[in-house]
Ligand binder design. Structure first.
Ligand code: GDP
Ligand code: GDP
Length: 438
């Protein structure tokens, strides 16, 4: 599922971060200790009337030092223009229109993007005369809000939601395999994408229409349709600022959200970095299928044991990803790039795999016979039965007598038993325990 993206833009001190915090739901920790990020949260999931979306506070991307304001704001506006489905442009309703506001307004208007203008800090019900100045921006009527007092926020959200793309636009085809290539700058993502798309048997299709589509690469190999998510910048390398880690983090997170399978590209000459593990962790937590690809294998100094050692290191570094296949590739020579596509297909099948309730319960029963569920103070955990409730990723509900008695290590044991039978290579599996009657 791909969530719509709202970016908040505006000069410093207009109340962007206050507004962001009102909208933001679940905390997304990945941005916390990202270098250069000045606020602890710039990226969050939000919800309004059952519509889920991602909200990004572009003001958190750079320190908002008055001297460098305009160049920073220009970068922030660029990111918003490039990433957002709708841009929320915040101005200070008490200060009135400033030169910086005009410059931002120009950038946004010229981009042709959907923009919602909000005049903040109007804490009283009376609308000040300064409001009328904002019509000059040519962005329509400003929404009147107070972030601090939570005034007008419902109407503002209603307005934003109007610009969200229709579900059918983003999920064009259920059978399409949506892949994101993630990894640090220079790992070889562009080279790999260009290598795959440049192959003769790959039929690249340009699907005109939504803005979202134009940033993705659509193509077909044989009977399979693929989308490589958010590759426009990578294909053309127009994104110089992509080289700057903090921007690539935001792009990467949105690409992960919009994909089913994440291929983590690790630079084989450097080994995995902390950023790689964080990003892979985010993909894992969000239930995405994952493949680890070690690139630049052509120039890695190696003997016949190098890959074993590398594999061992990766298994240690990515301990939580014991299900992810590891491949050693070269985007430059094309070594095992075919194999990568095969692996993507295989992982996609696993991500969509359904196990019948009968077979699943046979395995549960067998697992229980081999290794009894834990007990506490004379009371033993009991498994009644289980069933798979969904795919992408596979999710199982297991009915038990007491959730408290089912230690997580036992659930892990059950997962291993299921993986022993079905593999589920490349995909996380989710378990939910329920007590009878729940
Ligand atoms: P940012 O730099 O745009 O992210 O702005 P902040 O969210 O950090 O807010 C800047 C200042 O404006 C802070 O002191 C906030 O408390 C204040 N502020 C934000 N929203 C409102 C509002 O709706 N009304 C009033 N009176 N002050 C606000
Ligand atoms: P990106 O920033 O992740 O998109 O990385 P690029 O695709 O731009 O690659 C960064 C640099 O690594 C470029 O100079 C590429 O030519 C080089 N490169 C990428 N993949 C390989 C590879 O498999 N082998 C070698 N030797 N160089 C590579």
């Amino acid at each position: 599922m791909s969530r719509p993206i709202v970016c908040i833009v505006g000069r410093p001190n207009v109340g962007k971060s206050t507004l962001f915090n009102k909208f933001a739901g679940r905390r997304i920790a990945i941005t916390e200790d990202t270098p250069g990020v000045t606020r602890d949260r710039i990226y969050a999931e939000a919800e309004w009337l059952g519509q889920y979306f991602t909200i990004i506070d572009t003001g958190g991307l750079e320190p908002e030092n008055e001297d460098i304001v305009m160049s920073n704001i220009r970068k922030q506006a660029d990111i918003a223009i490039d990433t957002a489905d709708v841009i929320l442009f915040v101005v200070d309703g008490i200060d009135g229109l400033t030169t910086t506001d005009r410059e931002i307004g120009d950038l946004l208007r010229r981009s042709g993007k959907n923009v919602v203008l909000a005049a903040n800090k109007i804490d009283t019900r009376k609308t000040p005369d300064e409001i009328y100045e904002f019509y000059e921006l040519g962005l329509g009527e400003p929404m009147i809000i107070s972030s601090e007092q939570s005034l007008g926020l419902g109407d503002l959200l209603d307005e934003l939601v109007k610009y969200f793309p229709e579900e059918k636009d983003t999920e064009a085809n259920e059978d399409t395999i949506r892949v994101a290539f993630i990894g640090r700058p220079n790992a070889g993502k562009s080279s790999l994408i260009n290598h795959i798309l440049g192959e003769e048997r790959v039929i690249v299709t340009d699907i005109p229409g939504t803005t979202r589509d134009s940033i993705d690469s659509h193509f077909t190999v044989g009977e399979n349709d693929y989308v490589f998510v958010d590759t426009a910048g990578l294909r053309r390398k127009r994104y110089i600022s992509e080289k700057v880690e903090r921007y690539s983090v935001v792009r990467t997170l949105t690409a992960i959200d919009r994909s089913d399978i994440c291929v983590v590209i690790i630079d084989g000459t450097m080994g995995p970095t902390e950023q790689d593990t964080k990003i892979a962790g985010y993909a894992h937590d969000n239930g995405k299928a994952i493949i680890l690809a070690v690139n630049k294998w052509d120039i890695v100094d190696k003997n016949d044991k190098t890959y074993l050692k590398f594999e061992k290191d990766l298994r240690e570094t990515f301990g939580f990803l014991n299900y992810a296949p590891i491949l050693f590739i070269s985007a430059k020579t094309g070594q095992r790039v075919d194999k990568l596509l095969e692996t993507i297909n295989m992982v996609n099948n696993n991500y969509n795999m359904r196990i019948s309730t009968g077979v699943f319960n046979d395995i549960l029963n067998q697992a229980v016979l081999i290794n009894q569920p834990p007990s506490d103070k004379g009371k033993r955990a009991k498994i009644y039965y289980g069933t798979q409730v969904s795919v992408r990723p596979p999710r199982f509900v297991i009915f038990v007598n007491s959730k408290d008695l089912m230690h997580f290590s036992y659930v892990r044991y059950l997962e291993n038993q299921i993986r022993n039978h079905f593999g589920f290579m490349g995909t996380p599996i989710k378990f939910e325990l329920r007590e009878k009657g729940e």
